[in-house]
Design a binder for this molecule. Structure first.
Ligand code: ZN
Length: 608
């Protein structure tokens, strides 16, 4: 047994104190290590950098400790229980690390729990301690860690099967709001930390619908016996990370429904989509997971080409499930789908990088995006979701409408999630493609191979238009009206926007002016020599305040030559640009009026 105790010992200094007791340390000297990354977020973050102090003792006598590498400490051999005490700095408000102040404490085990290397299979006990002081008397605990003496929501004793289990149950401490609902007889908590006015009953009602949908989608029983949605509510923020029996979420206050409000506005729809996404991961990636992650090696990067399936398919179902369970109308779903298509259309990088490469290089490219990202990379989330849509249609088409992507997910669940051997082995790199072939009519394997080669391993444009046509949806690409136009649902004969003049940039307001954040390959700005970071102050000698440039440019005819004045660092520079017409890269979706039965089958889905 390895015993940890953790206390937010100094909320004002953002420090946790952790005490770790190892009953049977390695006689050669115990190696201790913090992960370099955490599952679900594919970037090396070197959590050990936040360990501020560390000391070890045995039977009251000091044990020498040496650094072994950037993430490890080596304790001198000792006879008897090894006690390690350390402090961890926690001041990153994200779902991936740890955050502590006088309002709350949140941590992922990967940020705070050292692994006793070589003893990863040993069961762990965890004592969660409240901070000292009356100010913290109202604090409670939310976590999916198993209770081992603590009362539900209380401080005290918890446990985990082994180290991997220990680090897959984040913990929230604070005076949070909490409500519970049952989905298919399993208790689910929704926990909100931070200032909010949310209608907790409404959240319970809507999340219950989503959770029951997902459980029934994969088939009863649910893979968890308890689940926690732990949510940090802030003014502006968005994020989520999946865990085996919980999810850590970050959301904007405005995305939560208030009492008396009904209907699902765009912000709340985004929140529901996020919850749906993370909950779907309970199956797809937490249990059906790549063989490359079985087991996890958290010391350095682990490579897989399958993230298009784990993130892309999950991104496809997160929104599709909202319409299938009746929380949003079909037109509202088309609006979400249109946005995904527009996002892919605005990434010229899709012609340079395939989704399998994007997945493999997630560590250095997708997770480390810079100003050139739209030109150089493709998102395995957004293009992955469109591949899932095309694959769904492909399976329907080539199985005589008898099968769909839903069946693929259930087959993967049976094989790699439910089955104990499969769970241990994980999905091989060719496992998803092989499973698809099994679902198709005889003699379709060659077609499937060519579908996958094109969709996954090439940079050819995906034929989303034909896939949607099969489902009774008409896709038209039109120029965007402005930077924030992502397309949407369009009544059938509504007019499409005409191409206005653009510079081929993405921008943000800075110092009252327009700062270029991204320059698209081949666009007017790039041809003229403008670069990311440039602060545009005038066009043809007229001042361009933030929010005005786009309109001023649109006022010129396509092909017009203009003089742009911009600061690059502190140097004022002049550029001559020939304006181009906006590309038709914005998706407009409408009902074609054909294939309505297929459309219904698609939008309604069927339970397992
Ligand atoms: Zn995800």
């Amino acid at each position: 047994m390895i015993q940890y105790s953790i206390q937010p010992s100094s909320p004002h200094a953002h420090l946790f104190t952790v005490v770790m007791r190892i009953a049977a340390p390695d006689p050669e000297g115990q190696l201790l290590r913090l992960p370099a990354w955490l599952p679900g977020s594919y970037m090396v973050r070197d959590f050990a950098k936040n360990v501020v102090t560390l000391s070890a003792s045995c039977g009251g006598a000091k044990v020498e400790v040496q650094r072994d590498d950037k993430s490890s400490w080596l304790c001198a051999p000792c006879d008897g229980e090894l006690l390690v005490e350390y402090e961890v700095y926690a001041w990153d408000l994200s779902v991936r690390t740890a955050h502590l102040d006088s309002t709350h404490a949140f941590f992922n085990g990967t940020s705070v729990f050292l692994e006793a290397v070589g003893q990863g299979d040993v069961a762990c006990g965890v004592t969660l301690e409240a901070p000292e002081g009356e100010a913290y008397n109202g604090w409670k605990v939310a976590t999916s860690l198993s209770l081992a003496g603590a009362k539900l929501y209380g401080f005290g004793e918890y446990c985990a099967d082994n180290y991997d289990d220990l680090i897959d149950h984040p913990v929230e401490m604070g005076d949070f709001s909490c409500a519970t609902f049952e989905a298919c007889d399993v208790p689910h908590d929704i926990v909100l930390t931070g200032r909010h006015n949310a209608d907790m009953d409404r959240l319970c009602r809507d999340l219950k619908i989503i959770c029951e949908h997902h459980i029934n989608f994969f088939g009863l029983p649910a893979p968890v016996d308890r689940y926690v949605f732990m949510t940090m509510v802030v003014g502006e923020g968005y994020g989520g990370l999946e865990h085996k029996a919980s999810t850590a979420l970050l959301c904007s206050r405005k995305s939560l429904p208030v009492i008396g409000e009904d209907g699902v506005n765009d912000d709340y729809r985004e929140f529901l989509g996020l919850c749906s996404h993370e909950y779907f991961h309970t199956w797809n990636v937490k249990r059906i997971k790549p063989a490359a992650f079985s087991p996890f090696d958290l010391a350095s990067e682990q490579y897989t080409r399958l993230l298009w399936a784990f993130e892309g398919i999950t991104s496809y179902y997160d929104d599709l499930s909202l319409v299938r369970c009746g929380l949003v109308r079909p037109e509202s779903y088309l609006q979400l789908l249109a946005k995904t298509i527009s996002r892919v259309q605005r990434s010229p990088g899709r012609f340079k990088q395939s989704v399998t490469d994007s997945s493999f290089d997630a560590w250095t490219k997708f997770y480390k995006q810079d100003e050139n990202a739209p030109n150089a990379i493709v998102s395995y989330y957004t293009k992955g979701a469109l591949i899932a849509l095309c694959l769904d249609v492909f399976i329907r088409q080539h199985s005589g409408e008898k099968k769909s992507l839903d069946d693929l997910m259930r087959l993967l669940w049976q094989r790699y999630g439910l089955d104990e051997d499969g769970l241990a082995q994980g999905v091989p790199e060719n496992g998803i493609e092989a499973a698809v072939e099994e679902l198709l009519d005889v003699g379709q394997a060659k077609l499937a191979r060519s579908f996958f080669n094109n969709a996954l391993r090439s940079t050819n444009e995906l034929d989303v238009e034909s896939a949607l046509a099969y489902l009774g949806v008409q896709l038209q690409l039109a120029p965007a009206k402005n930077q924030s136009d992502w397309g949407g649902y369009r009544a059938k004969h509504a007019k499409l926007a005409v191409a206005q003049s653009v510079l081929g940039i993405r921008s943000a307001a800075a110092q009252g002016f327009v700062k270029i954040t991204h320059v698209y390959d081949g666009g007017a700005a790039q041809v003229a020599g403008l670069a990311a970071g440039d602060l545009v102050v005038a066009i043809d000698g007229l001042q361009t305040k933030a929010g005005q440039l786009e309109k001023m440019v649109a006022g010129y005819t396509v092909g017009a030559e203009v003089k742009l004045t911009a600061f690059r660092r502190d140097e004022l520079m002049q550029f001559e640009a020939t304006l181009q017409g906006a590309e038709a890269n914005t998706a407009q979706l409408s009902w074609s009026g054909e294939n309505t039965l297929r459309c219904q089958a698609w939008l309604q889905g069927e339970e397992a």
